[in-house]
Design a binder for this molecule. Structure first.
Ligand SMILES: [Zn+2]
Length: 156
């Protein structure tokens, strides 16, 4: 594939996607006018079909990586729990406005409070308060339909 940069020799290093990168830092690929994740495409080509509801995740945490043996398929929530556990290491214990927006966005997309709570590591009670605007009422989330919430919220 012309958009993949492989390491020299027999290294087990990442194969980096050199084509377009989507706003979430994944390699992007257009097939029949539809945008696809390059890593998903590579997984399907080299490993096999992706089961419905499954995401293709990176063992190496490099989103641009498309090396088949660095990829594994998991359910969306497994993927998010994994991402959240990594993220939590770099985040303040008190959650931020970004997290609050994330909670409301997920709720609007139909995710259950229990599921949001589990994935974001907060209590169901806290999630409900945020969704019902009993807390964080001041936060204007008019712009949260844009997918511009940073994936990693670094400490100040
Ligand atoms: Zn990799």
């Amino acid at each position: 594939m012309k958009h993949v940069k492989k390491p020299e020799g027999d290294s087990d290093g990442c194969w980096l996607w050199t084509g377009a990168i989507d706003p979430n830092h994944y390699g992007a690929f257009k097939v029949a006018g539809r945008k696809r994740g390059a890593h998903r495409l590579m997984f399907e080509l080299m490993v096999g079909p992706i089961e419905p509801g499954h995401d293709v995740c990176h063992k190496c945490d490099i989103r641009r990586c498309v090396r088949p043996d660095h990829l594994f398929a998991g359910t969306r929530s497994e993927n998010m729990v994994d991402a959240e556990q990594k993220r939590r290491l770099t985040r303040r214990s008190k959650f931020t406005a970004e997290t609050v927006r994330d909670v409301r966005l997920r709720a609007r997309r139909g995710q259950s409070g229990a599921s949001i709570a589990r994935e974001l590591g907060m209590s169901v009670h806290t999630v409900r308060q945020i969704v019902r605007r009993e807390t964080w009422r001041h936060l204007d989330d008019a712009d949260t339909d844009r997918n511009d919430i940073p994936q990693t919220v670094l400490p100040n």
